[in-house]
Design a protein around this ligand. Structure first.
Ligand code: A2P
Length: 270
């Protein structure tokens, strides 16, 4: 935390427990925004994990939701990517935050979308819909991802082209990033698709996997449990459909305590 701003911030909002200060807000569409906050000095997390964050309600009671940390574990600040739900208890308020505001952040990271939950492999797939890209925004900026795998494939399916922009800019900036660029090299493949607006690649990723389009496009024979590892993050229906595809290919669901070939987690939606 910036020592010069601490006394002023404390005077302005002294009551929030686990308070962090908003440093940056970007609105991507009328339904999507990202923001950064100061990082608690004690917070250590593994890329892909989430924390509980939120704001107090009118009575001062915290409204907290699970948010994947979108920034890499080496970054000074914490980044999050959120949907705006007009009547959502939290996001209807959270979408109005500005730099200098305070939010509540419980510094206890957890989650299954972590490298520890997967057995060693050669190729890793990050399958996301909507704001489900957030944990992968962290993982694609983590050197460990490139140390562990020869190929990293990030798929992102959204309704409209504008919904892809956060991920597109993130990936575009990676190659030239002074910290992570040399790890990324040519290992990262980005595969964005849209379902409700014309774009170079249309369709649900699930359909494009089932009909073989993805494999033809990427010059891959198919999913192989000896080679492929996967992480899934999106809506409940998406996660279930992806799990069927991976299980049919012989991949099994892993956990921190029992690493296997894929892991899954629901994206924050409310
Ligand atoms: P679709 O437009 O065909 O519903 P949402 O904004 O509703 O969370 O959806 C985000 C993206 O995820 C949309 O492109 C949507 O496609 C896609 N999607 C939703 N459900 C599934 C599913 N079960 N399998 C694959 N993609 C899905």
């Amino acid at each position: 935390m910036n020592e010069q701003t601490t006394p002023a911030e404390t005077r302005r909002a002294p009551v929030l427990p686990d308070a962090q200060t908003v440093t940056h807000v970007k609105h991507w569409t009328d339904r999507l925004f990202s923001f950064r906050v100061t990082r608690p000095r004690s917070l250590r997390f593994r890329s892909g994990e989430f924390v509980m964050l939120g704001l107090p309600d009118d009575n001062g009671k915290p409204i907290l939701r699970a948010y994947s940390i979108a920034s890499p574990s080496w970054a000074d600040e914490l980044e999050f990517y959120s949907i705006k739900v007009p009547d959502g208890p939290l996001t209807s308020r959270l979408q109005h935050i500005k730099p200098g505001d305070q939010i509540i952040l419980r510094p206890k990271p957890v989650g299954t979308l972590v490298h520890d939950a997967l057995l060693p492999g050669k190729r890793i797939w990050f399958f996301a819909t909507g704001t489900g890209i957030a944990p992968f925004a962290s993982l694609v900026r983590d050197p460990e991802t490139y140390e562990k795998y020869d190929q990293v494939i990030l798929t992102h399916t959204c309704r409209n082209v504008a919904d892809l922009e956060y991920g597109r800019q993130l990936v575009e900036g990676l190659k030239d990033d002074p910290l992570i660029g040399e790890f990324v090299g040519d290992k990262l493949t980005y595969y964005p698709t849209t379902t409700r607006e014309e774009s170079p690649k249309m369709g649900r990723i699930t359909d494009l996997l089932k009909d073989g389009t993805v494999f033809r496009d990427l010059g891959i024979e198919g999913l192989d449990p000896d080679v492929d590892r996967a992480m899934i993050c999106g809506s409940l229906a998406f996660n279930k459909d992806m799990q069927v595809i991976l299980e049919d290919a012989g991949l099994r669901e892993g956990a921190n305590s029992d690493p296997k070939e894929y892991v899954v987690e629901k994206a924050f939606v409310g």
